[in-house]
Design a protein around this ligand. Structure first.
Ligand SMILES: CC(C)(COP(=O)(O)OP(=O)(O)OC[C@H]1O[C@@H](n2cnc3c(N)ncnc32)[C@H](O)[C@@H]1OP(=O)(O)O)[C@@H](O)C(=O)NCCC(=O)NCCS
Length: 245
């Protein structure tokens, strides 16, 4: 009878944990964390350039200030008296389609539309009135993280058809007037496709990258701040009814 769970990721061999055939106690001290992340997501060890590319993606996404929704959520949850794991999990829950959670959809879009062409993608999204995942940013006209990853993509040999396609989409979308730069989710999506990752890892890659940042913010909240954050009424615009009888 089939067993209730099956996995090709991990098992014990002679009492030691193995991931895709590599003993963790054997590779610890030799393989970097990024290399091991690549292994557990892809089932094989990366070559030097793939390891360096993934490492750059994870490094550049580790934090983006106190202001993003995920950090505000995590800090506020901790300040209410919930434990570290609840606050970090709450921060991760804020990583939705508009903030760090757009990689999977961007990968699907690039895969589908790269053979069809940029114009078809833009026409379809405009017709449906939808936003194109991986483009636009509240702060940037040019996302400096994207620029750095593009530079490294050249160096490591990942400036391929998906990266070129993403840049053409950026150009086409920005013709409308408002600049919609290829953002961190968009360039990450293109690079993960160049590295032959399945789109299903997209959301996970950003969670893996950003979780150390969320932990740091929650620990700082714990060590430096008073419990219970609360907005001041001065920061809230009330536009409901006046007092009624
Ligand atoms: C990231 C994001 C929320 C930033 O938004 P913003 O710069 O504050 O822009 P706004 O939400 O004010 O939108 C301004 C206009 O640009 C349009 N727009 C913004 N991003 C767009 C996109 N990716 N595709 C198409 N149109 C977009 C909006 O529809 C809006 O149009 P309107 O004025 O005709 O209503 C937005 O660009 C977005 O939703 N991007 C797609 C999701 C994504 O990539 N998320 C990951 C972010 S790292």
């Amino acid at each position: 009878m089939a067993k209730p769970y099956r996995t090709s990721i991990t098992t014990h061999v002679e009492g030691k944990p193995h991931v895709y055939g590599y003993g963790l106690v054997d590779i610890a001290g030799k393989a970097s964390f990024s290399k091991t992340i690549y292994l557990i997501l892809k089932g094989e060890m990366p070559d030097k350039n793939s390891e360096a590319m993934l490492d750059a993606i994870l490094t550049i996404s580790i934090d983006h200030g106190v202001e993003p929704a995920s950090v505000v959520a995590a800090r506020n949850i901790y300040s209410g008296g919930s434990p570290v794991q609840a606050a970090v999990a709450g921060g991760i829950l804020a990583l939705g389609e508009f903030h760090g959670g757009a990689i999977e959809q961007a990968m699907e879009n690039f895969k589908k539309y790269e053979p069809l062409g940029v114009k078809r993608l833009v026409d379809d999204f405009v017709r449906r009135g939808e936003r194109v995942s991986g483009f636009g940013h509240r702060l940037y006209d040019v996302d400096p993280r994207t620029q750095k990853l593009l530079e490294l993509a050249h160096e490591y040999g990942f400036f391929g058809k998906y990266v070129k396609f993403a840049l053409k989409v950026e150009e086409e979308l920005s013709k409308g007037g408002k600049k919609l730069p290829l953002n961190i989710d968009g360039i990450t999506a293109a690079l993960l496709l160049e590295m032959d990752f399945n789109p299903k890892v997209g959301k996970g890659i950003f969670i893996i990258a950003r979780t150390p940042g969320l932990v740091a913010h929650v620990v700082e909240e714990a060590l430096r701040e008073k419990p219970v954050r609360r907005l001041s009424e001065k920061d809230v615009e009330y536009d409901g009814p006046r007092p009624r009888k």
